[in-house]
Design a protein around this ligand. Structure first.
Ligand code: GAL
Length: 751
């Protein structure tokens, strides 16, 4: 039985021994998950949440303490806590990113248990990832759920199940006595097998895959005179292997395309409940990636569960960032974290490998040999890897992972796999781009377009390198960081989404690879004045359509196809729309050849600018002018008439995405405004289960065609009615034309 202790804790923003006797008047009532400080969305002072604070909770236990074991279970707090129950010191426990489970029978009673958690969220140099600099913030607080786990005196301590694509299930359980448990296997709700054997074979299992993440359930039952204990673990039949020629899922080679995720959110830091953790997993799936790396630590159960359910592969990683200490306490914490990571995550079907090396650290054979060994001992089925940022490092893991930041221009995506010494083992690129091209959702259009193009280039290289298992980009969403990193406001603008998870252009190239629904994003606001030299230039689009037809003011212009010449390996390469005249030229007396010359001239200017015009075009222009008695200004007027629409109604650009000869999606862009605020909630019904619930409300300024007015920075004052409160500031401003606010339930029913 699991009873959540989520609501109504006392909280004091500091600590004094006196508080153990009586809490001061400054105490507040809070709920878990809790953040020590509700921060701004940027310019966060990393010292502001690093302090010692006091949590207090009174609780009852509705079970016989003679016949039951009671565990106080923390899913995660940052970073260590002294825990006192009914005036008895239980000890000091390190969590960070891992659960802490304490048997409290010795000091517990049925009623009015007094629990104090004296939490120290300061960065402790003896605990990874700390010791030196870290490019992310580890917000303070009891930021994951707290519960009481109550079991009969004889109970199941641990269950480990692994099922492969051939139908073999291996189960390992540890029970508090030597008794053997019974196993039941369910497919959906149907019981398909009951046995006490630890190795089982299921003929023709329904495999777990990215498209059909089918899960079974294992129920473990243990009977004793104290009653029955049971544990339910969901699992899927799947095999995953990094080989020297790529990655295999259920024996089928697939290309891994992924993003790195940090678990922080604006305002609340790490303290977000189940719904928001699931939201991120769903967002990643929506963007169309097939793997996420939990950089650089073990993430929420809710996030990982959702990955299992929706078919999103996971590469998990031990907490750290570049730094390795010689200090014994630090190293023991590292070993302990490896074990905790494996025990926490080995039942995840979506998990394909463990990152056992501290991200981007130096070689340390002693540390990493032992780290690998602990990992393999606790999970013999999955491979290990270690993420490095320099070539030729010692390879102690099962496959090679490398952060390839060689993309310094649009011409170069990734290093050729052969330049990295992978010693004949599998090879995965675990990061790219990130700090090489930080891009804000409110940056100018050219930068946002280049961000998109760089991602498109790396993606092409990922597909081109046939033996490369895949690439995981840096990163999913912008994140708050320490003063040493980021754009001066302590944010790394490295995401393909902004910090609120609103999409930048770059996310579109990933989403275009997703086949599940028609997709079309035009990476432009079609405003020439937003570009250097007021030149509209190429309009880039990301789409999974076969072609895009462009209409300007309802007149058909041209049909465009994906650029397979420069991106021959990407399943759905980007589109380059470089003709805004096409069939629209109506000038009297112009022959088809004249029109074609004019279109070619314009295309050339669109691609190369006015100043680079080629001699052959000057010749063509001159003969056109002579033939039709035109002056240079007349030619310019034709150009501005069709392309810049000066002096006329603003042009309306309609893009039709065509698939199998049918229009499946349409996007319209124009300078016409009628801007209006839009608010879309991540969910309509909020539901308290483990803890309070949160919905994310995306607010944006939209033009009349539903496009975000990117340069709107409107101020918005938010109020709630009913049993909701705002989780963050009440007064916000749009950034890049959009922002999000978070609302949270407060334990009452209502609308
Ligand atoms: C990498 C590092 C990431 C992040 C990224 C920024 O070196 O592993 O955590 O800092 O750079 O691009």
């Amino acid at each position: 039985m699991k009873c959540f202790l989520s609501n109504q804790w006392d909280y004091v923003d500091d600590f004094s021994e006196e508080y153990l006797k009586e809490l001061p008047e400054t105490k507040k009532i809070i709920d878990i998950p809790h953040t020590i400080k509700l921060c701004d969305d940027n310019y966060i002072d990393e010292k502001s949440y690093q302090k010692i604070v006091t949590y207090h909770k009174t609780f009852n236990i509705n079970e016989d303490l003679q016949t039951h074991k009671v565990f106080l279970h923390f899913d995660g707090f940052m970073v260590k806590a002294r825990i006192v129950l009914n005036n008895h010191e239980l000890g000091t426990f390190v969590s960070g990113f891992f659960p802490v489970n304490i048997n409290i029978n010795k000091y517990a009673k049925n009623e009015n248990n007094e629990l104090f958690v004296i939490l120290d969220s300061s960065e402790d140099k003896n605990i990874p990832p700390f010791g030196f600099a870290v490019d992310y913030l580890t917000f303070g607080g009891i930021y994951r759920d707290v519960s009481l786990i109550i079991k009969p005196n004889i109970y199941i301590k641990n269950v480990f199940v692994n099922a492969d694509h051939k139908g073999t299930i291996n189960i390992k359980t540890i029970c508090s006595n030597s008794q053997n448990p019974t196993f039941r296997i369910y497919d959906e709700d149907k019981l398909i097998l009951e046995t006490d054997k630890e190795t089982i074979n299921i003929p023709n299992p329904h495999l777990w895959s990215l498209e059909d993440p089918h899960l079974y359930a294992l129920e473990v039952l243990l009977d004793s005179k104290y009653g029955q204990d049971n544990e339910i673990v969901k699992f899927g039949f799947k095999s995953a292997k990094f080989e020297k020629d790529g990655f295999y899922l259920n024996d089928k080679k697939i290309k891994l395309v992924g993003l790195n995720r940090h678990q922080s959110y604006p305002y609340a830091g790490y303290a977000m409940p189940k719904s928001m953790q699931e939201y991120d997993a769903e967002k990643l799936k929506e963007i169309g990636v097939n793997i996420v790396r939990t950089s650089h630590y073990s993430q929420s159960e809710y996030f990982l569960n959702r990955c299992d359910e929706i078919g999103l592969l996971v590469l998990t990683e031990v907490p750290g960032w570049q730094f390795v200490s010689r200090d014994e306490v630090w190293r023991n914490n590292y070993y302990d974290f490896i074990k905790k990571m494996v025990l926490k995550e080995r039942n995840r079907t979506s998990l394909v490998a463990y990152g056992v090396r501290i991200d981007e650290s130096i070689d340390d054979d002693e540390l990493y040999k032992k780290g690998n060994q602990i990992c393999h001992e606790n999970d013999p089925y999955r491979q290990t890897t270690g993420v490095r940022n320099f070539k030729n490092s010692h390879l102690l893991e099962d496959f090679y992972s490398y952060n390839d930041f060689s993309c310094s221009s649009l011409k170069h995506g990734l290093d050729k796999a052969s330049t990295v010494k992978t010693k004949g083992k599998g090879y995965l690129v675990t990061e790219y781009l990130g700090h090489m091209f930080p891009t804000k959702s409110f940056d100018n259009q050219e930068r946002r377009q280049e961000h998109f193009l760089r991602h498109a280039k790396v993606l092409e290289d990922i597909y081109e390198h046939k033996n490369l298992a895949g690439g995981i980009g840096w990163c999913f969403a912008d994140y708050n960081t320490h003063k040493d990193f980021g754009s001066g406001d302590h944010i790394c603008y490295h995401g393909v989404l902004d910090i609120f998870r609103n999409k930048k252009y770059a996310s579109a190239i990933y989403e275009a690879q997703n086949e599940s629904k028609p997709f079309l994003t035009i990476c432009s606001n079609m405003a020439p004045g937003d570009k250097s030299a007021a030149l509209l230039g190429i309009t880039y689009a990301a789409s999974n359509c076969d072609s895009i037809k462009l209409y300007i003011n309802d007149e058909y212009v041209n049909e465009f196809f994906p650029n397979r010449k420069d991106y021959p390996n990407t399943p759905h390469p980007l589109f380059e729309i470089d003709d805004y005249l096409g069939n629209r030229i109506k000038e009297k007396g112009f022959s088809d050849k004249d029109k074609k010359n004019l279109v070619d001239m314009c295309k050339f200017i669109i691609r190369n600018g006015y100043s680079n015009i080629k001699f052959s075009f000057i010749k063509d222009a001159a003969s056109l002018m002579m033939k039709h008695h035109l002056k240079i200004m007349d030619l310019v007027n034709i150009y501005t008439k069709y392309i810049n629409s000066w002096g006329q109604e603003a042009s309306t650009f309609k893009f039709e995405g065509i698939k199998n000869k049918e229009v499946v999606i349409t996007k319209t862009i124009s300078a016409q405004l009628e801007g209006q605020l839009s608010a879309i909630s991540s969910k309509q019904t909020l539901h308290e289960e483990e803890s309070y619930d949160v919905a994310k409300i995306d607010i944006s300024m939209l033009d009349k065609f539903g496009n975000i007015c990117v340069y709107s920075s409107e101020a918005i004052n938010v109020e709630t009615s009913g049993p909701l409160e705002i989780y963050g500031p009440h007064l916000v401003s749009l950034k890049g034309g959009a922002t999000s606010i978070f609302v949270k339930t407060k334990h009452e029913l209502g609308e």
